[in-house]
Design a protein. Sequence first.
Length: 355
Amino acid sequence: MINVTKTFFPPLEDYQKQTQRVWDNQWLTNNGELYKELSLKLKSYLGVNHIIPMTNGTLPIQIALNAYANQGEVITTPFSYVATTASIVWEKCTPVFVDIDPDHLTIDETKIEAAITDKTTCILATHVYGNPCHLEAIEAIAKKHDLKVIYDAAHCFGVTYKGTSIFNYGDVSTCSFHATKLFHTGEGGALFCQDETTRQEMWYRHNFGHDGPEKYHGLGMNAKMSELQAAMGLSVLPYMAHILAERKRVCSFYDQHLDWTKLSKFKLRADTTWNYAYYPVIFPSEVDLLSAKDKLEAHQIFPRRYFYPSLEDLPYINSKTCPIAQTYAKRILCLPLYVDLKKTELNLIIKQLNS
Ligand SMILES: *Cc1c(COP(=O)(O)O)cnc(C)c1O
């Protein structure tokens, strides 16, 4: 069976070496030694200003919205994973969907201003597939209208834009370290921000608002990463060069061998170093996509419709439709992409798609 992705497992000895430290320390969570080491290593590997690793990639979005959105209207993209919209609704805010740019598949920055009202508090946009939004335009709009910018950068581990980490943009950026993502801690994620004041605010929120054992800075919840998660992160991180090289190999193979007369790809934003997070192909129609998917599934190959349905169609959303997101959501299929995906398997996938 070939799935769309396969979790990278570091050698068990590597993980045992890290968990041995946890046993030696007799310390499982709350700012432990491994957590602190992973924070520092990620900060330096990614070249970011501030990082707070957390227990998953959804809580940092909720925490940022909790800090900034004030239960107002949040301008967002319909083309993302459900966590983006669900976090907005969970925080008792109203998602306002702005359609996507058909080339880059990120939120269409030219349509944002028309969606701003006096209730708008934030922009929550996704760098979908690791492809950056139009950062400069969004920053200018946010400045002009005094809005906060949160980037759901769940797909962006290792992505750089204009020579610096993509996580160094926006008031807050978030990433997911889920098992299906590029770098993982089993479950996990992180919040990134640009200054110490913001880091403090977010740190309090992710640890019940504690300012010492008996004093509370404000409202908080629990989003702390445990030592066992950090142990996995420390075991996976040394393999990032290998993981990236393998993913690049698979992407290049698809690039070279797929028949591009009917299929197409999204356009990568200029000045971006990409991380090969996903391999989405765009079909001419949903009928074509479904027939290709059937053919692949008959050979035990399971691509995924990331991201379908378009998020304004969620059962708890009442929004006007976004026609461009609708048409792309119906026509995009993500092909299998992971370390050790064999050439024979790739050839089988390509044969089905090209026929
Ligand atoms: C994976 C993902 C998330 C959620 O991350 P978790 O770590 O699974 O909570 C959020 N947004 C996007 C775009 C994602 O792909």
